[in-house]
Write a protein that binds this ligand. Structure first.
Ligand code: IYR
Length: 222
């Protein structure tokens, strides 16, 4: 059986209530400024910023602390081009198929199209993979728990960190992302979760004029 090691919670710092209120309200204001962006500048972003955002994301809680995620960070232009070509092939299918007609209709207000130039323009593509299981040192297959919850939380924290650092991102999910395993040489226990496109917005970037639901619409206090 694994040994249990506990230590005092020395890092927790209880704040005065006024300070907590100020922080919560300022954080809300900061998060309201976040927008998903599809028009990227090709201006480079220093790798250390991405690294620290990934370190922050990796502090996320996860099922049994298994941390079932891999972040494959792409700046190489030839690899970005390969990803764009594979993704656009899937998108052309998605936008033209009868089976997805309703879905495509629901996306109309976002103005999305099969062409994905941001996959080449943006300085960083972060391909996020869920590790469905792993092999232990003795070759035993080990199940991972609550994988999509864990990877979803880490991804949310990454998006938040990138925004806090002054960058913009796009959560991009072509419907079927298995091509990423091949292009990025990932093992079959890893399932692509999302491509996070990261960089600066282009000068002429446009975003759809959309609203978030109100607190009353999303929450109930009982
Ligand atoms: N993957 C396609 C379609 C798409 C799907 C959803 I759900 C969106 O919120 C936006 C787009 C595309 O990126 O065009």
């Amino acid at each position: 059986m694994a040994e249990k090691i506990f230590m005092p919670l020395t890092d927790y710092c209880k704040l005065p209530e006024a300070e907590m209120k100020r922080r919560a309200s300022e954080f809300y204001a900061e998060m309201m400024q976040r927008r998903t962006v599809r028009n990227f500048s090709n201006q480079p972003v220093d790798r250390s910023i991405i690294e620290n955002c990934l370190r922050a994301a990796s502090t996320a809680p996860s099922g049994a602390n298994q941390q079932p995620w891999s972040f494959i960070v792409v700046s190489d232009h030839a690899v970005k081009r390969q990803i764009r070509e594979a993704a656009e092939k899937i998108e052309r299918d998605f936008y033209s198929k009868e089976a997805t007609k309703k879905w495509v209709n629901d996306l109309e207000h976002l103005g999305t199209v099969p062409s994905k130039p941001f996959l080449e323009t943006a300085p960083w593509l972060i391909a996020i993979f869920s590790q469905l299981y792993r092999y232990s040192a003795n070759g035993e297959k080990k199940k991972h728990y609550y994988v999509s919850e864990s990877v979803g939380i880490a991804t949310g924290m990454l998006i938040t960190g990138l925004h806090h650092a002054g960058l913009v991102s796009l959560t991009y999910t072509p419907s079927s992302m298995r091509f990423l395993n091949k292009i990025l040489s990932r093992p079959s226990n890893e399932k692509p979760f999302m491509i996070l496109v990261v960089g600066y917005p282009s000068k002429d970037a446009l975003v759809p004029s959309i609203q978030k639901k109100s607190l009353e619409d999303i929450a109930e206090f009982i």
